[in-house]
Design a binder for this molecule. Sequence first.
Ligand SMILES: Cc1ncc(COP(=O)(O)O)c(C=O)c1O
Length: 490
Amino acid sequence: MYIDLDRNSSQPLYIQMAQNIRRRIRSGALPPGTRLPTVRELAQQLGVTRLTVHNAYSDLQADGWVEATVGRGTFVSTRQEAAPIPEYGREVSPRSAINDMMRMAQLPGMRSVAMADAASEFYPLREFNRVVDEVLATSGVRALAYTTSQGEPTLRNAIADWVRERGVRVGPDEIIVTSGVTQGLALIAQILTQPGDVVLVEHPTYLGTLNVLENQGLRSISVPVDDEGIMVEVLESLIFSHRPRFIYTIPVFHNPTGVCLSAQRRAALLELVERHRVPLVEDDIYSQLVYEGSIPPALIVDDCSGMVLHVSSFSKSLLPGMRIGYVVAPPPLISRLSAAKQANDLCSPALNQQAMALFLQRGVLAQHLRRTLPRYRERRDVLLDAMAQYFPATLRWTTPSGGFSVWVELPLGVSATDLYLAAIERRVAFAPGDVFFAMPSARSYMRLAFSAQPPETLSEIAQVLGELLHIQTHRRKVAMPETTDWVPLV
Ligand SMILES: Cc1ncc(COP(=O)(O)O)c(C=O)c1O
């Protein structure tokens, strides 16, 4: 099948392919039941990667244009009435990996450890219903009107009480409510940077942050992470050479590696940012999800310089769809962030803010965590046990004591993309490590997020991945290397 692809276009090749095939299906050139070429055949014919073809087919499948059957191939759907999602206006983000992962995770029958999400079966629906009813009954239309850009005072007070448990002693004036960590970071980037500026990020780091920075025309320069967190000893020379506008770090249960910043590095990091007067943004989103041991205090607790901005949200601990997050910072910065928020979306919904305030005041969140943490811990243990049972003994991975992610270093010569495509064929999705790096990485990795699958599925996933890893490791016949750019916990 010949498809004319414009390699100079800003539109990704997989979207051009999907559009072309959709047009042919719609015109009748590819009638229902037609078998499409295999991913390998089409990739070879068109001189593109298999991932490109695979993404195009997944797009078509997600929209109902084609159907895939394991072992038989991909066919034009016989149920065309289910298909007609218009192709114009489709969103193409510069890094479409999150979208791809979400799409893959939602394909029928897919067993996915690709997204580090709270388990939807744990969502406290009844409690949510109850607090929303109460807010509407007591606040009436006020809950549905615009509110202040900085956020509802009741919620900021409740957040001040909540972060005090983490040792953060601030008043409501030092807090702004945001639409999740994502908006908090975007606002911080907006007030601290100009397009073209450099931001230092971890290597690897959370993909969504790379999106936010890229979207604002910023350059991300990476600082390596090892099993004690960000390598502070490398930071100083990067500060000298790149003059970053800020440093972004996830010090507790880092995504994607799951590691925590050590006490020694923590002190060194604080000393460094104070000495160089570089703002440090700490993303604390996973700190409540602790399965054993104690967690390091938030960096902002011991910040004497006013350089640390603390960002977090309730997306992982409670409900991602509420879109309630917050930034803790000195009042002058909060004023600038509030002005940026006003220009951005005026305010976060008052209803959600008031509901979240009740969740915090009534202790519902604390109770929810008491209920869910043992279940997340069980999921982590099941996955780690199954990995130990099924994965090749030479592989290395992290053993997180909190958060949602296990980071796996693949054997030299095994490509995360090949493994990903083979896994998708077996109805298993994970996050290929490449998407978490701002700069190329010498090695291949995968992130397995255990939070959103029941234990028995996690075992099956580990078994499938173990089989594929054995096959691919055997194929490459390459010994484990002596050195790596990431030194995981074992
Ligand atoms: C480290 C980190 N920060 C932020 C986010 C997104 O958070 P929010 O839903 O609060 O925007 C995620 C989601 O995976 C994350 O892993």
